[in-house]
Design a protein around this ligand. Structure first.
Ligand code: COA
Length: 349
């Protein structure tokens, strides 16, 4: 199998390496119960979350992202060869300037690569895959590194029971590059609706206050509105991307959804027509890590052998914006960087 496209055809692109990182500190529902007006049983039954990870006080989003890239390199030391674009999807950047992507690139030996942050909150990783694909197809980049990384514990009010119990910290990093024909990305559906912006928000350094609502320095959320939106767009975007690909839910081996709330995932499964048994769910142990949930779920299902080469995947995500992103892909878990090296050696470069 070769990664080179047939001349005149569009190259097949997909995820050629995937790494993840979650900070070691576990925060359980009981920890919240001991501190604020909530109870562990309520949290688990209303969200499916049992525990989440919190970054250390001196550990920021770029560190979390670098942790994910190091995991990727431990699995495939050549994975970053030819990467010349770094995209960091995050809603908890180290700073607005410099970009977290530039900080990550510097620390993993990719100084000089294009680097920028992408702000679509929890849809960010799937958005980022599509952006990397576009850069490669346009000839701007050879391979892209897409990092979904968050240190949400630093931007969520840990005394606000509406939000504190939901979010955790973590990261995922994927290299996007050539894969054998017939594998990799098939279609993407991306969207946003700023009218829902007031349901999930965080102020910036020069805040404009649309709709006359106050934005604070920690995440604000209308949980019920987000819930309704999430169920609708996960179902709609999932069905739309399946139709674009010419598939039905019966063709899908695994649904990999954004992990926000088990009740949202169950409702989305119903709308897409997928059973929960074919859906990757790990939010019980990580909570909502925003742009990191999809790669964390994907990596876990690859490691435990649920997802295998040639299987049909459907990724669906939603988040602040409000935004949504869905993707179909046929998984290929070979080691494309080794293919690339063999090709280079064959032509003596
Ligand atoms: N602990 C205990 N009780 C809580 C609570 C908590 N952490 N949070 C809310 N409650 C209470 C409410 O005060 C309310 O009490 P009342 O009936 O006496 O008024 C009751 O539980 C039900 O509140 P409600 O807001 O209707 O709960 P819910 O079933 O909608 O669940 C969320 C709340 C936040 C879990 C749910 O709306 C949700 O997951 N929304 C989506 C949020 C999300 O995914 N955000 C990130 C998007 S990327």
């Amino acid at each position: 199998m070769t990664a080179s496209p047939i001349p005149g055809t569009r190259p097949s692109l997909g995820i050629t390496a995937l790494g993840t990182y979650a900070p070691p500190r576990r925060v359980t529902n009981a920890d919240f119960e001991a501190r604020i007006d909530t109870n562990a049983e309520w949290i688990e039954s209303r969200t499916g979350i049992r525990e989440r990870r919190f970054a250390a006080p001196d550990e920021y989003t770029s560190d979390v992202g670098v942790g994910a890239v190091r995991d990727l390199l431990a699995r495939d030391p050549d994975a970053l060869l030819e990467v010349d674009a770094v995209i960091c999807a995050t809603v908890s950047p180290d700073a607005l300037m410099p970009s977290t992507a530039a900080l990550i690139a510097m620390q993993v030996g990719l100084t000089g690569a294009a680097a920028f942050d992408l702000s679509t909150a929890c849809s960010g990783f799937v958005y980022g895959l599509s952006v990397a694909q576009g850069l490669i197809l346009a000839g701007t980049a050879r391979r892209g590194l897409v990092v979904g990384a968050e240190a949400l514990s630093k931007i969520v009010d840990q005394d606000d029971r509406n939000t504190a119990i939901l979010f955790g910290d973590g990261g995922g990093a994927a290299v996007v590059g050539p894969v054998p024909q017939g594998y990799g990305f098939q279609h993407f559906v991306l969207g946003a609706d700023g009218a829902g912006g007031s349901s999930l928000y965080l102020r910036c350094a020069a805040p404009r206050l649309p709709g006359g609502f106050e934005m604070g320095e920690t995440v604000g959320m209308n949980g019920r509105e987000v819930f309704k939106f999430a169920v609708r767009v996960l179902g709609d975007s999932g069905n739309e991307v399946l139709a674009k690909t010419g598939l039905s839910s019966a063709d899908v081996d695994w649904l990999v959804p954004h992990q926000a709330n088990i009740r949202i995932i169950e409702a989305a499964c119903e709308r897409v027509g997928m059973p929960l048994s074919k859906t990757v769910v790990n939010l019980g142990r990580y909570g909502n890590t925003s742009s990191a949930t999809v790669p964390l779920a994907l990596r876990e299902a690859l490691d435990d052998g649920r997802i295998r080469d040639g299987q049909q995947l459907l990724l669906v995500a939603f988040g602040g914006g409000l935004s949504w992103a869905a993707s179909t892909m046929k998984w290929w878990g070979g080691a494309p960087s080794l293919v690339a090296r063999a090709e280079r050696e064959a032509v003596g470069v």
